[in-house]
Design a protein around this ligand. Structure first.
Ligand SMILES: *Cc1c(COP(=O)(O)O)cnc(C)c1O
Length: 426
């Protein structure tokens, strides 16, 4: 009864993201969360197998992050970040440049993944502009997702998600997704574009394209792409918003590469999923291109909540947890478990393209119909998983698991069993 009343109130006033409100199922009414578990208003438990849109890397309610936020509140909640600084932001920036490769040296704060990407684009375009060079083109990968603001949409996969806005998007050159059969073609296209001398930068989700369905590609290819870009004076942006924070088995996807990007976007797991924060980290060379007696050469960009002290405290606490051996033991444990389960999965007749990258396990369900985000199998699977105590949101016919690192062995086995259960019904 109580649940129905709340859901009715939700329906009156709330407009949910990525949701066709006319036909959507009732939302879950979640009341409490702990570790890898969510509890609804009736006390039913769900395993949060996608880490709540991939952000809760340490699970829910981690006491260390909670204490850091509470303590910070008694000191300083928020202060304007232009003309003012504070210790939590300074510590966070220092720590982030320390854990990144040595060429990264300056941290720009914003609010979420999309804004971190917008800032990266502005940095790259203005880097050339400030030097009086006409490099105005940007290259991205087909199938990419970089957020839902206009710049981020422009460099992402075009299609039904963005169609109403497409006439506003700036021109972008897209490379084919570099799966094994397109690696050479994608590099050749990159080379041809870079040789025009007009390309300011290239942006990629390194190693794994998240929203495209956790599509994995090779670090060697990425190394070649970076080398090619640098040879032609093209800046490289890594959007590590999803791949960062241990997801690929290392702290950052770039840790799998020899060559390093020039700009990196961080968000999602940065605060352990507690509060929103975006960081755009640049090399000293990029930063220096903005130093000039003229104010207009500065990066004239900012958001009201930039550098919020509570959020910085949460991020610092999340970094503490990444310094613990136990976190890395958990990441390794999940990766190993995924690899064992992969052996079971690949034997099923309706499973295709099953793969593991770090703590991400993904596979596609062979449906016969087109593999789109809106495919029926997606809704069937989503409902089945919920009925069986798992919150797993497939992308079309692609099912993936990227759990919080604190997920127990028993919980993870349950997730696998529920996946197998569904695969047997279809
Ligand atoms: C989620 C995501 C974004 C956008 O982040 P928001 O915080 O949702 O704006 C950008 N890039 C990648 C790779 C993402 O996974």
């Amino acid at each position: 009864m109580e649940r129905a009343a709340w859901l009715n109130r939700d329906k009156q006033v709330v407009w949910h993201p990525f949701t066709q409100m006319l036909t959507a199922d009732e939302p879950l009414l979640i009341e409490r969360a702990e570790g890898a578990l969510l509890f609804d208003a009736d006390g039913i438990t769900f395993i949060d197998a996608n880490s709540s849109w991939w952000v809760n890397v340490h699970g829910h309610g981690h006491p260390h992050i909670g204490k850091a936020i509470a303590d910070q509140f008694t000191q300083l909640d928020h202060v304007i970040f232009a003309g003012v600084t504070h210790k939590q932001a300074i510590r966070l920036a220092e720590r982030v440049v320390t854990i990144l490769p040595k060429q990264f040296s300056k941290v720009f704060f914003s609010d979420d993944g999309s804004t971190a990407v917008e800032v990266a684009l502005k940095m790259v375009f203005q880097f050339w502009y400030n030097q009086g060079k006409t490099k105005k083109r940007i290259v991205a990968l087909e199938g990419g997702y970089h957020g839902d603001t206009f710049g981020a949409m422009a460099i992402g996969q075009r299609g039904y998600f963005n169609e109403p806005f497409e006439h506003f998007f700036f021109d972008v050159d897209f490379l084919p997704f570099p799966d094994k059969t397109h690696e050479t073609e994608a590099l050749a296209k990159a080379q041809a574009l870079f040789e025009t001398g007009e390309v300011a930068g290239i942006i990629v989700e390194p190693l794994v394209q998240g929203s495209a369905g956790m599509r994995i590609y090779s670090a060697e290819w990425l190394d070649q792409l970076i080398a090619l870009a640098h040879k032609h004076d093209v800046l490289v942006i890594f959007d590590e918003i999803m791949t960062g924070w241990g997801r690929t088995g290392r702290l950052f996807a770039m840790d799998h590469c020899e060559n390093k990007p020039d700009v990196v976007c961080l968000s999602k797991g940065l605060t352990g999923g507690t509060l929103p924060l975006g960081l755009t980290v640049a090399t000293e060379e990029i930063y220096e291109a903005f130093l000039h007696p003229e104010k207009t050469k500065a990066l004239l960009h900012g958001h009201s909540y930039t550098g919020n002290a509570l959020i910085c405290a949460a991020a610092n606490a999340s970094l503490d947890i990444f310094e613990q051996d136990e976190t890395w033991a958990n990441i390794e444990r999940i990766e190993t478990a995924h690899h064992h389960f992969l052996k079971e999965l690949v034997q099923l007749p309706n499973v295709i393209d099953a793969a593991v990258c770090g703590t991400i396990l993904r596979f596609e369900i062979q449906t016969g119909e087109g593999n789109t985000y809106f495919s029926d199998i997606r809704d069937k699977a989503y409902r089945y998983f919920l009925e069986n105590g798992c919150l797993i949101r497939p992308l079309g016919n692609v099912v993936f698991v990227n759990p919080p690192y604190c997920i127990t062995e028993t919980e993870l086995r349950k997730v696998y069993d529920v996946l197998l259960g569904f695969l047997k019904t279809c």
